[in-house]
Design a protein around this ligand. Structure first.
Ligand code: ARG
Length: 557
């Protein structure tokens, strides 16, 4: 039986009529105090007017069987599990599908909006965080049984298309036009944007005219725009396939364009928007969120309007319980503003969540366009592969393996940090074989695979694994493995894949202490089998956990 359930039941028996749904049993912070602890006796004591230790004693007397209970300090319950209970739980975990990840999301739908680069530009190193963090959150929610709609909210509409169309027509050669790539688009944008700065304003006006034609549905400009978007998506998908990222839809900003006037009408009708200096604004100063413009003085709509139309459309099409947006933390005000407006518009049945991430620097230097150190994502991945190949080639590893290790290293370097913090990407750290790195965890997996192979255990596990936990190192690893489903849940609740990464790293370290202190293949049969079962479970947990982070687990390195 689930430990928390067991303890809740004891609480309910000791204090009938009270609600104990929030009683928590957590792993003990120090193994000297038992395996788990529960601090809820203190709360109920206050409520019913008992001394905390007496309340704890009342509960303790009702917890029996699998658990040894000690009352500590002011009334903490320290719980120690029996070896039988542990063996039973391990066997249940080993037999459970998906390593016991609870299907909390069954029948529930979420939209995750991530990566979302701007069209006609190559993805650069700045896009890695939204892509990698978003993808991990996506995988974690899917594993929990949620129905996930992964939506790439491309920046595919706006003034840049006037500049691009003009540049395409006049700054490119016939050959470049015929073999259009994102790199060429980027080049023609730069050339055209520079000309748009010329003093006479002729080029700028021409760009503007192209934009207006596009907005009015001119067939030629629309066809060009479509081509730019298709080429961009093709290029993005080349990156995504390297990174194992898949989207269900690519509804970019343009998709919501026709809906913007309707949104503004609703805001006006609800008395939420008002005129200010020719623009239309929503005043959020009471909430200390300043003022959000929803229609500019030139009549154009902006990012806020587009995101409001987007919420409306997502609610209508998908009716999700949550929409999760993964962007850098410079957009925090934007999200706070439009979440607040959406709520006022009545979109209260959907929970809107912004997962902001800190900026990434590269080898100690800020990434900036001006400094010219804006590394293309393609180049970063190529470099990761090249460096990984140097490492794996010594052991006869091939290009495919180098991709698995190199891309895994890049992802883990990001995912092992709390998204909210700024991070520095450093090759030596990312590719280190020791320490908290992707390759370290991948090696740990490959090592456990080769151990199991030596023991004659392949990918399918033997029936009815004979778990038996005896030594302290075994027990620590065993208790940690049982925490896997909980770690996945916590990562989802906090929208932080780093929670899972931390868990996996700690687990690998406990495995390593266990492995060093416990002979396996040379032990007598029952011990050998019990230890192999623990190794196999560790392998399964590590593989499943890494896959949720989008990191592959080759069996041989
Ligand atoms: N395209 C935006 C950017 O490059 C991110 C869009 C995020 N999603 C959204 N619904 N606003 O920063």
């Amino acid at each position: 039986m689930d430990l928390t359930e067991l303890v809740r039941k004891a609480f309910a028996e000791a204090f009938p009529g009270e609600d104990f749904a929030n009683v928590k049993v957590v792993p003990a912070t120090d193994p000297r105090f038992g395996d788990y602890q529960c601090n809820d006796a203190l709360k109920i004591a206050k409520k019913v007017g008992l001394k905390p230790r007496d309340a704890a004693a009342k509960v303790a007397g009702r917890i029996g069987g699998a658990l040894k209970v000690e009352i500590a300090g002011p009334g903490f319950l320290n719980l120690t599990v029996s070896p039988e209970w542990l063996a039973g739980e391990l066997a249940a975990l080993a037999a459970a599908p998906k390593c016991g990840i609870p299907q909390k999301g069954a029948g529930r739908r979420v939209v995750i909006d991530y990566s979302s680069p701007n069209a006609a530009k190559q993805m650069h190193i700045g896009h890695i965080r939204s892509t990698v963090i978003g993808c991990a959150i996506d995988r974690i929610f899917r594993a929990l049984g949620y129905e996930v709609v992964a939506d790439n909210h491309l920046g595919d509409w706006g003034t840049q298309f006037g500049i691009l169309i003009k540049g395409y027509r006049e700054c490119l050669t016939d050959d470049e036009r015929a073999n259009l790539t994102v790199a060429t688009l980027e080049k023609c944008y730069v050339l055209s944007a520079a000309k748009a700065k010329e003093e006479d304003g002729v080029w700028k006006d021409a760009c503007r005219a192209e934009l207006v034609k596009l907005q009015q549905g001119d067939a030629e400009n629309l066809a060009l725009w479509k081509r730019f978007i298709e080429i961009s998506i093709g290029e993005f998908e080349r990156m995504y396939s390297k990174l194992g990222v898949k989207f269900d839809t690519y509804r970019g900003e343009s998709y919501y364009n026709p809906m913007m006037p309707g949104v503004v009408e609703k805001l006006l009708a609800a008395g939420l928007a008002k005129e200010s200096e020719g623009a239309l604004i929503v005043d959020l100063s009471e909430e200390k969120l300043g003022v959000a413009i929803v229609r500019k003085s030139d009549g154009g709509y902006n990012y806020t309007t587009s995101d409001l139309a987007c919420v409306e459309s997502r609610v209508k099409d998908y009716n999700p319980e949550r929409i999760i947006y993964v962007t850098d933390d410079r957009q925090q005000l934007h999200f706070k503003q439009f979440f607040s407006i959406a709520e006022k518009m009545g979109f209260t049945g959907v929970k809107l969540v912004h997962v902001p991430f800190g900026l990434m620097s590269y080898q100690g230097k800020a990434i900036s366009t001006r400094e010219g150190n804006l590394i293309k994502l393609d180049d970063l991945l190529a470099e990761a592969k090249r460096r990984a190949l140097e490492i794996v080639a010594e052991r006869g590893g091939d290009e495919r393996l180098a991709e698995q290790i190199g891309y895994g290293a890049v992802k883990y370097a990001d995912l092992s940090h709390d998204p909210a913090t700024a991070i520095d990407f450093n090759w030596d750290k990312a590719l280190a074989l020791e320490g908290n790195s992707g390759p370290y965890l991948q090696y740990a997996y490959a090592r456990v695979c080769s151990l199991l192979e030596k023991a004659g255990i392949g990918e399918s596990r033997p029936e009815g694994s004979a778990f038996a936990v005896e030594t302290p190192a075994e027990k620590r690893l065993a208790l940690q493995l049982l925490e896997f489903p909980g770690a996945v849940v916590r990562a989802a609740e906090a929208y932080k894949p780093s929670v899972l990464a931390d868990y996996l790293f700690q687990t690998a370290q406990l495995y390593s202490s266990f492995y060093q202190s416990s002979p396996i293949l040379k032990s007598e049969e029952s011990v050998r089998n019990a230890r192999l079962a623990l190794c196999a479970l560790f392998g399964d947990v590590l593989k499943t956990g890494l896959s949720l982070l989008g990191i592959e687990t080759p069996r041989h390195i």
